[in-house]
Ligand binder design. Structure first.
Ligand code: UD1
Length: 338
């Protein structure tokens, strides 16, 4: 099967391409190279022993996208990762975020309709739940107003897909990721950092490597067991494998037009739990201080994973220790400049 993977050399995209290739699928990657490195194609080849097809395409440019689909007529399904994803930047540059994330999705769906491609898996986020009223949060929980333009683009894309599936032959699965962390076991692919990391785990690994002086923990006065926020951290390879389960489900089911699944482990860990887990997994002490809360952070969010476990026949399997070890191996690889 030929699977178009948009944003396929990004963090989650590249891990998904590897898992697709390991299972005999034929991924076709498009990426505009704005937040990604073309060298990832070589690294995927090193891991899998086979070079994936790659085309540089700006999805916001309809002519470019149409040319791509005209060249590759045999696409069986689409996994759509391509998006800008820095929460802070989205607050500063809302037009950039709305334009990029929405126009690319609209163009993609239009091409899917025109070229008769029916199945799409969309990369969404637990950010759509905001601060959930009930934990663990399930897929039927109310969608809350977005805390950032980035979060809003995920919500709007979910709406666009929902409305489109109602009146076209397109069928979709929306995967709501919780907090993906870690890297491939080879340390050849992982999350590239551009400047100061915003996310917790890269900040921890950069503190461990001496790149940062200390980790700042944003608030310890939340209503949680140790006062720091709770999140559902999940290994990026487990997330990647769920996409294959989603593709397989789309190919066998002919009833459901749109389905939504949470991708998490179901466990909420605090920021301090994560610092301890890193220290235990690597033997390296993390220098940290508690600072004020970060505006926009939710107190606690972790997934009810039962629907994904049952319907996708998928379960996150990798441990917190594996997440931490792989994140650290990746950081060391980045430090060597490889
Ligand atoms: C959020 C979104 C996620 C989205 C991501 C995109 C929610 C619940 N999650 O992740 O869906 O994909 O943004 O960027 O909306 N922390 C520190 N110090 C640091 C960095 C983080 O204490 O230097 C804490 C944060 O306060 C938070 C936890 O670590 O409690 C995780 O933060 P982070 O890794 O940034 O992820 P989210 O904000 O949960």
């Amino acid at each position: 099967m030929n699977i178009l993977v948009t944003g396929g050399i990004g963090y989650i995209g590249s891990h998904t391409v590897v898992e697709l290739m390991n299972r005999g699928y034929n991924p076709i990657i498009i990426d505009n190279l704005v937040n990604s490195d073309i060298e990832v194609v070589d690294r995927i080849e090193k891991i899998t022993g086979k070079r994936p097809v790659f085309e540089k395409v700006e999805m916001c440019n309809m002519d470019e996208l149409r040319n791509f689909f005209t060249k590759y007529l045999q696409i069986d399904a689409v996994i759509h990762f391509a998006a800008l994803l820095a929460v802070n930047e989205s607050v500063e540059k809302p037009l950039l975020y709305y334009h990029n994330n929405l126009v690319s999705t609209l163009n993609l769906l239009q091409c899917m309709q025109d070229f008769n491609i029916k199945d799409i898996v969309f990369s969404s986020s637990c950010t759509v739940y905001g601060e959930p009223d009930i934990l663990p949060v399930d897929e039927f929980a109310p969608i809350k107003p977005a805390m950032s333009p980035y979060g809003n683009t995920k919500k709007i894309c979910e709406d666009i897909l929902t409305d489109t599936t109602k009146v076209t032959e397109i069928r979709s699965i929306l995967l709501r990721y919780f907090n993906p962390i870690g890297a491939h076991e080879t340390a050849l692919i992982g999350e590239f950092q551009d400047g100061v990391p915003h996310h917790l785990i890269p900040y921890i690994t950069e503190t461990a490597s001496g790149k940062r002086e200390k980790l700042r923990i944003f608030g310890n006065d939340y209503n949680t067991p140790d006062g720091t926020c709770l999140r559902d951290y999940i290994h990026v390879v487990d997330i990647a494998i769920a996409h294959i389960a989603a593709i397989e489900r789309l190919k066998i089911s002919n009833e459901n037009k749109i389905e939504v699944f949470n991708l998490g482990t179901g466990i909420g860990y605090s920021v301090l739990d994560m610092v301890n887990a890193f220290e235990n997994a690597t033997g390296i002490k993390i220098n940290y201080e508690i600072v004020a809360r970060r505006p926009g952070d939710v107190e606690a969010v972790y997934a009810d994973t039962r629907l994904a476990n049952k319907e996708l026949n998928w379960k996150a399997e990798r441990t917190l220790e594996e997440m931490m070890r792989s994140a650290w191996e990746w950081e060391k690889m980045l430090g060597k400049g490889k």
